[in-house]
Each structure stands twice: as structure tokens, then as C-alpha cells.
Design a protein around this ligand. Sequence first.
Ligand code: SF4
Length: 375
Amino acid sequence: MIQAIYIHIPFCLKKCFYCDFPSFTYKEEELIEQYVQSLICEINSTKINLEEGATLYFGGGTPSLLSLTQLESIFSALLNNGWSFSEVSLEANPGTVSKDKLRGFKEIGINRLSFGVQSFNNKLLRNIGRIHNREEAIQAILWAQEAGFKNINIDLMNSLPKQSIYDVYEDLLLAIELEPTHVSAYALKIEENTIFYKLAAGDDNFQPNDLIQERMYDLIPRVLENNGFKRYEISNFAKPNYECRHNKVYWHYRNYFAFGLGACSFYGHKRATNTFVLEEYLMLKTNLHNTIREVENITAADYQSEYIFMNLRLVEGLNCITYANKFSEDILVRYAEIIERHLKAGLLFFPEKNILALTERGFKYSNLVFRDFIN
Ligand code: SF4
């Protein structure tokens, strides 16, 4: 059974300097319309068993660039397949919304907004190439609340060039003041094929040094948890009952289906990735039999490793009984030496019987733990 659907909207007004997501800037509105028509064709021609009350996520790119009519037609195509959704999220760039548009999102049936704020500091926003400023971000969140959205996420970034610990603190305080139900806080990682990759080449001081980055990392849970948020994943914090159900499908390593350019689905022991070539994707409209999806079988070893570290990302940890039922082996026997070592180092612990989880310290050094579980 598929438990979640992801819709990829690959268009942006401008490429942010750190971004390596499959997204690009466009010149003609017509291109977006053609893309939406292809998306609808892909949805109409897909037969999957979707669990009742599954989650739906419009991600990108910048889904908030779509017109209300376009969003509504995608949503109708999904509903016409007989699918129903409990949580419907949309990623919104604060520079692309208006009061009316946000009200329209609500009317269409979107019930969770995720604002890519990244920072409330205008200088930092300019430095990372965002199209919006502090005032627009605040305004967008207030409008969303006025429109009746209760479930709002604010995305924040840390470890940005020229960002101080105090800047991170100020961003957190303002985010809290705006009363979202969810905050995601990610550290900047310089990826290849980004503007930052070129700018950072040979510059050891491009980002704050390791000590400052570590302090930023430590500050985030302290401030958020003192203000009613609970960490439930390495970088995600929520008010009670507002954890992102969609993302938890990924972390629980459950089945999901994705539509759109370069979109990647996961079901059974397979991963199916759509073409990254826009022209090919747009041809779907006229050639429904066109195969745009490349299917890869996940090896048993990879499946097992990924299952372990995806589940360990969550504060709730990995249930050893569920693991035993799934893989017919005892994780504590199979990985005895690795688990023992990380227990001793204070990176793993048993919060309760049969639950293996990362400690606070373990979250910080999670990569060291995860890499040991790679078969
Ligand atoms: S808005 Fe998001 S997807 Fe678009 S360029 Fe910026 S980070 Fe990338």
C-alpha cells in the first residue's frame, strides 16, 4: 500500500545560491501550464493502491508559483482517481504569495503550509540569493494564519556565510513569536553544481568554523524546546500533534509515490525515478505510453541499512520487534559490535525495552552512526 504522494513542481523565479534541488528558472508562463498538463496525464494514467487518509505534499521548486486554477486541476485529478488525503502540504516561498492566494490555497483543500523562510535577516537572505526579505516572510505567515491555516512550518537555515550565533538565535526567537506549529532547522551544506560551490572553492572561512557551527546546532533544540516545540527528528521540531506526517512516511521507510520531473517513488523494494529531461516529461501529454520512469531494485543489503538509519533519524527510534518481524533477525545480534560501540560512546541508547535510539549527542554525530550500518 502507498501511504504518501509527492508532487514535484520544478520552477523557481531565481536559483538560490545553495540550491541543488531539481529546479530551474523559466521565462514563459506557458511552460508551467504545459508542465501541469503533463502532470495531470501522469496522474490520470497511474494505478496505485493508496491507503485511505494518505498524505499529499506539493514540493519543489516553488509550488506556490502555480496559479490556483493549476493547483486545483492537479488536486482534482488526484481526487478523481478515488484517492483521499488527510494531510495536504504545500511548500511556499514567501516572495510568491498574496493574501488572496493564501486564502485560495485553503479553499482548494491545502491544510499545511511550509514556508521556506531560511532566515529573517535581510543581509543573510541577500547573501544566499533568496527572492524575499524579512518583511515579506513575516507578512506571508500572518496572512496564512488570517486565512485560517493552523498547521504552518517555518524552514530555517544555519551555518550560512557570515551568520553569527546571535543571528541564529534572533531567527529562532522571531520564528517562535510568529507561532508556527513546526520548525525545520537545517545546516547549510555546500553541494556541487551550486553557486556557493564555486564561491567557497579554496575559501576555508566561507562558512562559520566548526566550533561556531556546533554551537548553532546546540542552540536550536535548546531554544525551541524551551518554547513548546519537541524535537521528533534530527532537524525537525513540532508542537504536540503537529509532526509532519508526510515526512514521517519517508523516515519510517514506508511506500510513497511521486509525480513530476525527476520525481522519485519508493515501493516494495524498488525505487522508480522519473526523467530529469523537461522536454521528455512534457511529451507525456501527447504520448501517454512514453516510459519516463527508471526502476531500480534496491538490494537487500541497502534496503536493510536504509531502514535502520531512516528510523534512527526519529527521536522515537527504531523498534527492534518490528525490525525482527521484517527482516527475520535480531538487530542486537546482527549488529552487536556496532551497537555496543555506539552505546559505549553515548551515541545510542535504549529509551525503553526493544527501542534503539540516538541520544542527544548521537543526533549531532548521526553520520558516524549511520555509516557503520551500511552493509
Ligand atoms: S526556492 Fe527552493 S527550490 Fe527554488 S532555487 Fe531556492 S532553494 Fe532551490
